[in-house]
Design a protein around this ligand. Structure first.
Ligand SMILES: C[S@@+](CC[C@H](N)C(=O)[O-])C[C@H]1O[C@@H](n2cnc3c(N)ncnc32)[C@H](O)[C@@H]1O
Length: 291
């Protein structure tokens, strides 16, 4: 199976490959995922691990997509920093929307008794991941609950109601690398559903704003990214203006805990990567359900 599997899960295995390559060849590492490599197929692992093959086949395109890849790493790092803070404050439910090959549950068996993890994802991607976990050295963690949901067909709440989610308790939720693949309607329906979770529940997610005025290099990168996605039967969809999205969230009943644009993410996480910037149209929003 290649890195570009033609179904919903390929974007997820692509992220796992990017994390693997980052850990193997980059310094400083800004998001350290030592489990991602075990979720790759043998062919994908070989492509990443063999220095020569990596240099010949992958290095160039990975370098081109670095602003996008490092946006994803920075946002994921922010989400997990905030998650650990929330767990320290006794939040014991972690909902990962569009979980893909997220490996937090595999990486942190030490938290098994403290947090129940609900991975919400498209049924196709979830089956793909379950097969990969079955072939990995990891057992399925006892605190991991799989919740299959197609956000274009039903809401997050439909999925959580079928699971052992405790609606009386606040949750920490992350929704990374997914909003851009959905329609605007599906994103807003999911936000509305999240707003009905227990007060104090938090949601961290990243999204793209309309590209607006881009430099030539950025425009080329976006074009390449869109072509790559199209080849894999995916496309960049929902885009939001930060002020409008924040207003919408506030109207739905959220307080805004943080709003980070690409400059904020670069300042926080890209120290040591001089000259590199994350995608200028990438944003992160951290919301909390009003009490
Ligand atoms: C790039 S992956 C992101 C994975 C992970 N959150 C990350 O940031 O590494 C995109 C995820 O969006 C999910 N996705 C795309 N369309 C979806 C839909 N209609 N319903 C549910 N999930 C969807 C895919 O299944 C995939 O897991």
């Amino acid at each position: 199976m290649s890195l570009m599997n033609i179904h919903k899960g390929w974007t997820a295995s692509g992220v796992a490959a990017a994390r693997t390559v980052h850990r193997l060849y980059d310094s400083p590492v800004i998001f350290d995922d030592d489990a991602a490599i075990h979720l790759l197929s043998p062919a994908e692992r070989y492509l990443c691990q063999s220095k020569l093959v990596f240099r010949l086949l992958l290095q160039r395109s990975i370098r081109e997509f670095r602003p996008y890849i490092f946006h994803s790493f920075s946002c994921q790092r922010y989400a997990e920093e905030q998650l650990l803070r929330a767990i320290g404050q006794h939040k014991s439910q972690y909902v990962i929307l569009g979980a893909g090959f997220d490996s937090f549950a595999l990486r942190r068996p030490d938290l098994e008794s403290r947090v129940r993890i609900f991975e919400v994802d498209h049924p196709q991607s979830q089956q793909f991941k379950q097969k990969r976990i079955a072939r990995s050295p990891y057992p399925v963690p006892g605190n991991l609950v799989f919740v299959p949901v197609d956000f274009e067909q039903e809401t997050l709440l439909d999925g959580l109601e079928r699971s052992r989610f405790d609606f009386s308790q606040p949750a920490f939720c992350s929704w990374m690398g997914t909003v851009m693949y959905l329609t605007q309607e599906a994103v807003l329906a999911t936000l509305e559903a999240m707003a009905s979770l227990a007060p104090g529940s938090e949601l961290v997610f990243n999204y793209a704003s309309p590209h607006g005025a881009l430099s030539n290099a950025d425009r080329e990168m976006v074009k390449d990214l869109e072509t790559t996605l199209r080849h894999g039967s995916a496309s960049m969809n929902a885009k939001f203006l930060p002020t409008e999205l924040a207003e919408k969230a506030s109207g739905l009943g959220f307080d805004i805990r943080a709003q980070l644009d690409s400059g904020d993410l670069d300042e926080r996480y890209l120290a040591g990567w001089e000259g590199l910037r994350t995608i200028p149209f990438g944003h992160l929003l951290h919301l909390q359900v009003r009490g």
